[in-house]
Design a protein around this ligand. Structure first.
Ligand code: XIL
Length: 356
């Protein structure tokens, strides 16, 4: 061991990032502006299969990402096989990969209407819903305290078409606990890790059309009411599952300006382009996809510098899009910044343009 080199960089080189990170307790200290790859941190969602089995997959994350999040593993379905048991095995593997590569891991997601195990779907009393939601947040955020610096505390709280206030989405938590479940989730998370950034995450905020305008309004209404009640909300996440719909650039810039004026962080959490209704030829499709991402990021950057931009997967080889939005013409979907051979696509150039 070169005994003189006690600088951070020297120590990291000598010990390897993972043990040092463990020694120091990780979190933001593990990543300063100088050690980041991007001006605006870029990241992507991980999947366990290729993470375990594919060196190319791991390399592209290591080369490009400042941050990672996981598509699954930290959802109730994965963490709570039964009401008694917590299973952190998958989440811990993502954390180990993030720490070994000096990337921040985001936590997705503590409270959501989706990905609930059958026993949770069957909860039929407010008392049990509250007890399990609170215990879940305390246990999971507690397990990753100081290690996951940023949590999607509540995901998709707004209804798909919020015609009347407050416009919250139907689901287990709203049905059993009423609108107060949201503040309760944030307060519980803040107690479990006072250092973590707590995010409210949602989608369908960016498009042209009345339904999307109503969704923006309902989202802002919820954000304002949480702040009026002094709920520990630190930022707003836009999933950014784009599509053939046009981006309402003025609407999105106005939305981002409002968030900025409230002093909240703004991040893009799940960017990809659902391309099942876009033109077939791959070169043309890649250009349309890139143009859509350009419109989206352009409208956001016109108002605020996001605290991070994360895509929902990194390669077209592994994406949720073909599972839910397969193309009618049988051509493969191309929703992400890298193609199936890990070659960067025009979408990556657009992200580089804004974030590098
Ligand atoms: C998706 C995952 O990508 C899939 O692998 C899984 O089967 C279902 O969930 N919005 C979200 C994400 O917040 O959690 C969803 O992820 C995609 C839509």
């Amino acid at each position: 061991m070169p005994s003189q080199d006690l600088s951070r960089r020297g120590l990291i080189a000598t010990l390897g990032a993972a043990p040092l990170a463990a020694l120091l307790g990780t979190r933001a200290e593990a990543q300063t502006v100088a050690t980041r790859k991007w001006q605006v941190p870029f990241g992507a969602a991980l999947r366990s299969g290729p993470l375990a089995n594919e060196a190319d997959y791991r390399s592209v994350f290591a080369a490009y990402c400042d941050q990672v999040v996981s598509e699954g593993g930290l959802k109730w379905f994965d963490l709570r096989p039964s009401i008694e048991r917590f299973d952190f095995s998958e989440g811990d593997r993502y954390l180990a990969f993030a720490q070994a590569n000096r990337m921040l891991l985001r936590g997705h997601t503590l409270v959501w209407h989706g990905a609930l195990p059958p026993w949770a779907e069957a909860i039929d009393s407010a008392a049990i819903a509250e007890r399990e939601m609170v215990r879940h947040i305390e246990t999971v955020v507690g397990h990753y305290r100081g290690k996951i610096a940023n949590w999607d505390v509540v995901n998709e709280a707004i209804a798909d078409d919020p015609k009347t206030a407050p416009g919250l989405r139907d689901g287990l938590w709203l049905r059993q606990l009423g609108p107060r479940y949201i503040a309760l989730a944030f307060r519980t998370a803040a107690k479990a890790d006072p250092g973590a950034k707590l995010i409210l995450n949602d989608y369908d905020i960016e498009f042209v059309g009345d339904r999307f305008r109503r969704k923006r309004e309902a989202f802002l209404r919820l954000i304002r009411s949480l702040r009026a009640d002094n709920v520990p909300l630190h930022g707003v996440g836009l999933q950014g599952h784009l599509s053939e719909n046009q981006i309402d650039q003025a609407g999105l810039t106005a939305f981002a300006s409002e968030v900025k004026a409230m002093g909240l962080e703004f991040m893009v959490t799940e960017l990809d382009v659902v391309d099942n209704k876009m033109p077939g030829p791959p070169e043309l499709r890649d250009m349309v996809v890139a143009a859509r991402v350009h419109d989206f990021l352009g409208a956001i950057f016109a108002a605020i510098r996001p605290s991070a931009v994360l895509t929902w997967g990194i390669t077209d080889k592994y994406s949720w899009v073909p599972i839910y939005f397969k193309r009618g013409d049988g051509l493969p979907n191309r929703p992400l910044p890298f193609d199936v051979h890990y070659k960067p696509k025009p979408m990556m150039q657009v992200i580089e343009h804004f974030c590098r």
